[in-house]
Design a protein around this ligand. Structure first.
Ligand SMILES: CC(C)(COP(=O)([O-])OP(=O)([O-])OC[C@H]1O[C@@H](n2cnc3c(N)ncnc32)[C@H](O)[C@@H]1OP(=O)([O-])[O-])[C@@H](O)C(=O)NCCC(=O)NCCSC(=O)C[C@@](C)(O)CC(=O)[O-]
Length: 308
């Protein structure tokens, strides 16, 4: 049996560049640049964009302009805009900006939960409970992210049972979608498949996504391993931007450009125009004063340059 006959025929990518990608940048990125990035991503064909997060500006100063960014984007029909909300305060501020989706973000590691959101896993679930209720009462779809699903910067390797437990708790409070996140990019295909399997005990395959950082260069292999399980939704970040302020040493998310190239090469539909995506990545990379962190973007930009 050929590989392609066993894979999903289409894939949805959520570009998390404006949020996960930029949250860790030291230099403040003006709201106008974030808004333009969202615009370019939707012009490239992205159908879901994680725009920003409504978190404490003392914890993540780069996201302090969340409301301004949400107010500034030009919404396109068929595109969904999501935001992170760690608690009711964040949700209430987000609600006024009309997100299509919110993300509650927990962790499979106690130590990471404490460092990232200042509470235990059990406390985080109790914080999320009223957020999920309020979101669903307002017709807003609720995604979750389970950070450190294979490894943690403070606790080391994480057992799939931890992922299973957090997925069960998330499901129990009414979360609709489970994002399995390799926050520090230590996963390899079998470990990632085990983490996904653990989440699949509580969420259907259509309600699961993979979120892979590329610290050890494994993210594309992990994406392929997930596709082989039938997972068809992934978070990716244009130009490979990213890194979590509470996961030191972890590099960016897998670049959207690299994943799109992989998917198109496998004959999988994404609806994304790779050339326009590369332009979007170059736009934000120029602002940040560096080259895109994407092998595919680099190759295509070099090709353009040599073609004159
Ligand atoms: C969760 C909290 C707020 C708890 O932080 P806390 O200090 O425990 O919260 P608190 O309730 O005690 O409030 C303390 C202060 O923060 C304010 N505050 C409280 N909540 C908010 C809010 N929502 N928006 C704005 N302000 C807020 C609150 O009003 C108060 O202000 P003060 O009276 O001192 O002036 C904090 O820990 C926080 O903001 N953490 C966010 C950390 C973060 O954003 N991390 C990155 C995102 S996760 C990630 O990147 C991983 C992911 C999702 O991509 C997947 C992966 O790869 O793993």
């Amino acid at each position: 049996m050929s590989l392609s006959s066993t894979l999903p025929s289409k894939v949805k990518l959520v570009d998390v560049g404006p949020r996960d990608g930029l949250q860790n940048e030291k230099q403040m990125v003006p709201a106008a640049v974030k808004i333009e990035l969202v615009q370019r991503l939707q012009q490239a064909g992205l159908k879901e964009i994680e725009v920003t997060s409504f978190v404490s500006p003392k914890w993540v100063p780069q996201m302090a302009d969340a409301a301004e960014v949400m107010a500034g984007i030009t919404r396109q029909p068929g595109v969904r805009y999501s935001v992170l909300t760690p608690n009711l305060k964040g949700f209430e501020a987000a609600l006024a900006t009309r997100p299509d989706e919110i993300v509650v973000f927990g962790a499979a590691s106690e130590a990471f939960s404490q460092r990232n959101i200042n509470c235990s896993i059990a406390e985080s679930i109790e914080r999320f409970r009223p957020v999920v209720e309020a979101a669903r009462a307002n017709g807003i779809y609720v995604r979750s992210a389970i950070s450190c699903a294979v490894g943690c910067p403070y606790e080391g390797e994480i057992a799939p049972e931890r992922v299973e437990m957090v997925a069960r708790l998330m499901k129990g409070i009414g979360v609709q979608h489970c994002g399995v996140a390799d926050t520090i990019g230590v996963g390899t295909p079998i470990k990632v498949q085990r983490a996904l399997d653990a989440a699949l005990r509580h969420f259907a395959i259509d309600d699961i996504s993979g979120h892979f950082h590329d610290t050890y260069g494994q993210a594309l292999a992990n994406t392929l391993a997930s596709l082989q399980m039938g997972v068809w939704q992934f978070d990716t970040s244009v130009a490979g931007l990213g890194g979590c302020p509470y996961a030191k040493g972890a590099t960016g998310n897998v670049s959207t450009e690299d994943v799109v190239y992989l998917l198109h090469g496998l004959g999988i539909e994404t609806g994304i125009d790779l050339d326009r995506l590369v332009d979007a990545g170059q736009y934000v990379s120029d602002f940040l004063g560096r080259k895109p962190n994407s092998r595919v973007a680099t190759a295509l930009l070099n090709k353009r340059q040599s073609a004159g």
